[in-house]
Design a binder for this molecule. Structure first.
Ligand code: GTP
Ligand code: MG
Length: 345
């Protein structure tokens, strides 16, 4: 390919689904962490963001994702809560997404927040795959840790495979009822026309290589043009959380979905009463594979390009609100940027 690789934006992958179906556990498997275990009652209560570099994706996916076949820098995963009370956070996460993983517990099938997630994906026109999670709980299942799913599936007893198939075909039927043509992922040729259903286990890692390969393929093939838009322009982002940090006062955890954001930039942020205009004092980046929601150690950086999760330290952020837009003021009049932020609130 050409030398445009550095200008390709990291795709944003939202993870959506019903409470307890295994969204955070799946991300824990991919990034090698244990965030879910630290959550009260294993309930996610905020949107998270984790940058997973291409090298990590390739390590997890083995032969299914070779570094040299992709120009993408990696994937930015957005974790969302599945508990029914957090519907605003689910739409916010869905709105940020380029592509999505809909996580469905194979035993439970579609549940109310699965339906809600499907509505968000339909409304935003976001391409997605289904991770049919907890395949390891199928009676008689013989686990093959971290293996691609097809050989593991083919190697199960007839009885175990039949039990899993029943659950998978029920999910495929539920997708069809929701208006989506779907099939087991190894039968899907065109992942934009047909939804691929991938049996996975966040516990044993089976199917995770396949899931990553499908996400990388979807991003590379279908998102490339969109992701080349405006990568060098003024940064645009969404506030995930407003947090007190010792030594910095109120800070913003932000997902930058477009352009570049730099230390010293003037930004406009949506606030309680009116947009806040301030100057970035420090940009703090979580380490690769770290969940910004729980990260304690940040690297101070001079600039961050989309897509990324970053903590912004700046004066006067006390009245900033979660969900609000953040815009860098560069090459346009301040008044225009303030107006853009107001129109998005
Ligand atoms: P919310 O964020 O609250 O919506 O939940 P979640 O979808 O993030 O679920 P979470 O990852 O916290 O997992 C819920 C429970 O299911 C935990 O006890 C996990 O250990 C368990 N679990 C998740 N994935 C698997 C899996 O593949 N197999 C098995 N056996 N258990 C799993
Ligand atoms: Mg969770």
């Amino acid at each position: 390919s050409d030398n445009s690789s550095s200008s390709l934006r990291t795709p944003i992958v939202a993870v959506l689904g019903h409470v307890d179906h295994g969204k955070t556990s799946l991300l824990d498997k991919i990034r090698g962490s244990a965030v879910s275990e630290g959550e009260a009652g294993a309930i996610t209560q905020h949107i998270g963001a984790t940058a997973v570099p291409l090298e990590t994706v390739s390590e997890m996916a083995g032969d299914l994702v070779k570094v040299e076949d992709f120009d993408l820098p990696g994937l930015l995963f957005i974790d969302t809560p599945g508990h029914h009370s957090f519907s605003t956070l689910r739409s916010r996460g869905g709105a940020l997404a380029d592509i999505a993983i809909l996580v469905v517990d194979v035993n439970d099938g579609f549940q109310p927040q699965t339906e809600e997630a499907i509505d968000i994906l339909r409304r935003t026109g976001t391409p997605f795959v289904v991770a049919a999670n907890k395949a390891d709980t199928t009676p008689g299942w013989n686990p093959n840790p971290d293996s691609p799913i097809k050989p593991s599936y083919d190697g199960q007893s007839d009885n175990a495979r039949k039990r899993l198939d029943e659950n998978l075909y029920r999910i495929i039927g539920e997708l069809s009822d929701a208006g989506f043509s779907a099939d087991l992922y190894w039968r899907v040729q065109n992942f934009q026309r047909n939804i691929g259903v991938i049996p996975v286990s966040a516990l044993t890692g089976e199917g995770v290589p396949d899931l990553l390969a499908v996400l990388m393929g979807l991003s590379q093939r279908f998102m490339k043009e969109e992701m080349e838009i405006d990568v060098g322009g003024p940064g645009k982002g969404t506030v995930l959380e407003v947090k007190e940090e010792r030594g910095f006062g109120s800070t913003l955890d932000v997902v930058v979905y477009d352009g570049i954001i730099r230390e010293g930039d003037t930004i406009v942020v949506g606030g309680k009463d009116e947009p806040i205009v301030t100057e970035i004092r420090a940009l703090l980046q979580p380490r690769p594979n770290a969940e910004i929601r729980v990260e304690k150690r940040f690297d101070r950086v001079e600039e961050v390009g989309a897509a990324a999760g970053v903590k912004i330290a700046a004066p006067d952020l006390d009245d900033a609100i979660a969900g609000a837009p953040v815009r860098v003021v560069r090459d346009q009049p301040l008044a225009d940027v303030i107006e853009a932020v107001e129109s998005e609130l």
